[in-house]
Design a protein around this ligand. Sequence first.
Ligand code: SF4
Length: 368
Amino acid sequence: MDLEAHEFQLDDLVERIKANDTRLVALQVPEGLKMQAFEMMDTIESETSARVVLSADPCYGACDLVHDKMKNIGVELVAHMGHSQMNIDSGMDTQFIPVTYNRSPEIAPVIPILNTHRDIAIQRVNNAIEPPSSEVEAVLKFEDMVGRVSPLTDSKLGLVGSIQHLHLLPTYKKYLEDAGFDVTIPVGGARLSFPGQVLGCNYSGDDPTVGHYLFLGSGDFHPIGLVMHTGKPLAMLDPYTDEASEMGRERIERILRQRSALIMSSMDKQRFGILIGSKPGQMRRNLAMRMKNKLKKHGKNAYLMAMEHVGPELIDFYPVDVFVNTACPRIAIDDAVKYDKPMITPYELEVVLGEKKWEDGYQFDEIH
Ligand code: SF4
């Protein structure tokens, strides 16, 4: 990764520190940028009279804001880097610091993939014109990559990205329109701050007019979630490597097979541990309570377990058979193999209990 091409916008932070005569600032930096943390601390300390303490715990999102525990060591302001504001209150004054990545990849390599995906979307839209004559036919006609019946009304290209690349979206929209695509930059719900933004747990900008997606960003974390949530074809263009690729159906099917196996192996189990994430943007107490009540109704034992960090070494030893995760949804999807016991999502628990049907298509666990 070319770290030099990242731009850190510290001006507003410096101004705020000076205006409020802030003494102690906690700096929170995402995992991928931690190597640059000391450099940023030097800059802030040289431009203001504040002292800076690094919040050195892992940080994977704005859901994970430093909260009021830091008040105990005298922190007055949190400087949170690289993520955008969410609809949560951490109990601390927080300044979000935008980080942008300034290299832009060529679109030519991704065009053949987008053409194929648009054809799939157009086919799905056209199939929808004739009403299906039976339920089986409806499933065949509208079945998406995760097996849901989800009719499309249009075949638009949805242009999305991860936070460091969102400033490029309007320019890429124009490039893609010039290349003949009907492009939309989806606008999501309150957990998302910007048009085209996606999180690992929120794809709320999706709607039936979008037939396929282009993701501008690196890695497969967001692409996997986007396809698991929407079931739609997805191309990827990586600004760090200039590479174009797609999220293949086989990859998604492999994840679905794993999810199905975890559901099957949880069916005859009796004791369930329900994890509640205590990070400000992951806390879903009511959902956890609902899951406990469901388990009780089905004659199972359920234990609520609140924790900030979730990891195998922290929970595997508890005498339960299955974990139901209501903290970050991606812990169950991406990290399941690290745990000795099945780790399932709330939707998957409903399948285990027979309250939802696997055959109706997979439901990705989102936080709104
Ligand atoms: S995917 Fe997980 S870490 Fe990322 S924002 Fe959502 S809850 Fe937080």
